[in-house]
Design a binder for this molecule. Structure first.
Ligand code: UD1
Ligand code: CA
Length: 466
């Protein structure tokens, strides 16, 4: 079996995105667009993957090489950018001595699948072609290169939109910019490409005419799904690609046994794992390496980033969870904010308007209303009353609060850290706790109530009935 080397072109500027960010770094389902063609090239076992960078190339290289830290992705700089043919010329040195097939992909055609690429390579090899390309028939072919077919329907040439005459512009079959080319043919003929055209560029598709004129075989594979081979040139196409990717991910999720109340309004990034019989409401965003267990309910408007949610847990409306671990049968929200470094143990409950940061809440413990819990270690079956606040920050440093099993923290308590509340202890409502509370004790730190009899009458404040 011959080897495959993949070249991914992305030195172009992407003017129509109207952006300071290089086009191939715009996100699709949480990943830079360029992530996808690289992943596809990897999945078909490409021996070498070469990314041609140019416009803001350093930024592209930094981001992509950190995403593929374990892989040996080569970056080749194309400066200045003199066209797609020139981009491939820049790679010649890196591929010296390579004997095999060269797969050429575009950084801005991210939806292409492994199956399609495998099909292209198979046809290329079985037909003995020197060059094979994927084409598509689309509604509005303007801006694209048109496919000219000769007798026997063979592809004989691509004409770019800007160079095409009136009749050629009527052709709706376009070049997708995805090719498989035998390396011998590629590097023997690349230098024959000229730049006598409207844009003064070296056009890679000119290789097709070079092959056809010499009677070498070219295969043009008409792809049935134009969506898959669409190029992204502006923000409308970016949104369409996001929609398509979402559909693919959501279909897979549903087929694995997860209910999506409305698949068009569930935003699940690739790589997120969800267990069986979990129900996802609308407007939910599941991001990063999030894992959701089985039998969970994730209600409307929740955002869960890089977190684990255990089986049977329910995340109620409009809660945000980031870099945290939620165990089994936990209830969170509505309107809760769980910040990084939080662990919520089995059967615990966190209610509305509660913020938790870098804390541990033990089994069965509850913080049901309006609290801030930061840098705290809370044991089992603890009750945190409404309005409780851990005062963890003294203006300079963060301090820890420890609350042991079965403690009861009355409403509106301030726990001035560092401080510890022992097992079974009670804290009276409205207390400001600055000293450790021993186990089994009651702590109270509020001023005793005083009643002044008849005070209202004396002040003349009594409301009279009319
Ligand atoms: C190209 C094809 C066209 C095809 C279309 C499909 C050429 C001449 N035309 O046109 O037939 O229908 O793609 O989307 O190839 N790039 C470089 N260096 C350059 C120029 C471009 O790396 O000097 C990269 C771009 O970043 C992009 C890809 O090559 O990823 C295609 O370039 P682009 O300018 O988008 O070509 P099109 O005009 O769309
Ligand atoms: Ca393009």
């Amino acid at each position: 079996m011959k080897d495959i080397a993949a070249i991914i072109l992305c030195a172009g500027m992407g003017k129509r995105m109207k952006s300071f960010i290089p086009k191939v770094l715009h996100h699709i389902s949480g990943m830079p667009m360029l992530f996808y063609p690289i992943k596809t090239a990897k999945s078909i076992g490409a021996k070498k993957i070469i990314v041609v960078i140019g416009h803001k190339g350093e930024v592209v290289k930094d981001q992509i090489s950190s995403l593929f830290a374990k892989d040996n992705i080569l970056f080749v700089n194309q400066e200045p950018q003199l066209g797609t043919g020139h981009a491939v010329m820049c790679v010649e040195g890196v591929l010296k001595g390579f004997k095999g097939d060269v797969l050429i992909l575009s950084g801005d055609v991210p939806l292409i699948t492994r199956e399609t690429i495998k099909g292209l390579i198979n046809i290329h090899r079985r037909s003995g072609s020197v060059l094979s390309l994927i084409t598509a028939i689309i509604e509005d072919p303007s801006e694209y290169g048109r496919v000219i077919r000769g007798k026997d329907n063979a592809v004989i040439r691509i004409v770019e939109h800007k160079d095409a005459n009136k009749d050629e512009r009527k052709i709706r079959e376009i070049n997708t910019g995805i090719y498989c080319i035998s390396s011998d043919f590629l590097f023997q003929n690349l230098k024959r490409i000229k730049k006598e055209n409207k844009q003064g560029e070296y056009y890679l598709p000119d290789l097709i005419e070079i092959a056809a004129v010499e009677g070498r075989k070219v295969s043009g594979l008409l792809h049935i799904s134009p969506k898959e081979v669409m190029g992204i040139n502006n923000r409308i196409e970016l949104a369409e690609a996001n929609k398509e990717m979402r559909e693919r991910i959501n279909n897979e999720v549903m087929l694995s046994g997860v209910t999506l109340i409305d698949p068009e309004a569930a935003y699940i990034q690739g790589g997120v794992k969800i267990g069986m019989d979990t129900v996802i409401y609308t407007g939910v965003f599941l991001e990063g390496g999030t894992k959701i267990g089985a039998n969970c309910i994730i209600e409307h408007g929740c955002r869960i980033i890089n977190s684990n949610i255990g089986d049977g847990s329910r995340i109620k409306n409009f809660s945000v969870i980031e870099d945290s671990e939620i165990m089994k049968n936990v209830s969170i929200g509505p309107f809760a904010r769980i910040r990084p470094g939080t662990v919520v143990d089995d059967c615990a409950r966190i209610g509305n308007f509660v913020e938790v940061k870098k804390s541990r809440l033990g089994k069965g413990s509850k913080a049901n209303h309006l609290s801030y819990i930061g840098d705290a270690i809370i044991g089992k079956d603890v009750n945190i009353g409404a309005g409780t606040i851990t005062c963890n920050y003294d203006g300079m440093r963060k301090h820890q609060t420890i609350i042991e099993d079965n403690a009861f923290i009355g409403s509106d308590t301030q726990l001035v850290a560092p401080v510890k509340v022992g097992k079974n202890a009670y804290i009276g409502s409205g207390s400001t706790i600055t000293k450790d509370v021993p186990k089994d004790a009651l702590a109270l730190s509020r001023v005793q109530q005083r009643n002044i009899e008849g005070w209202v009458e004396k002040k003349g404040l009594k409301k009279r009935k009319k």
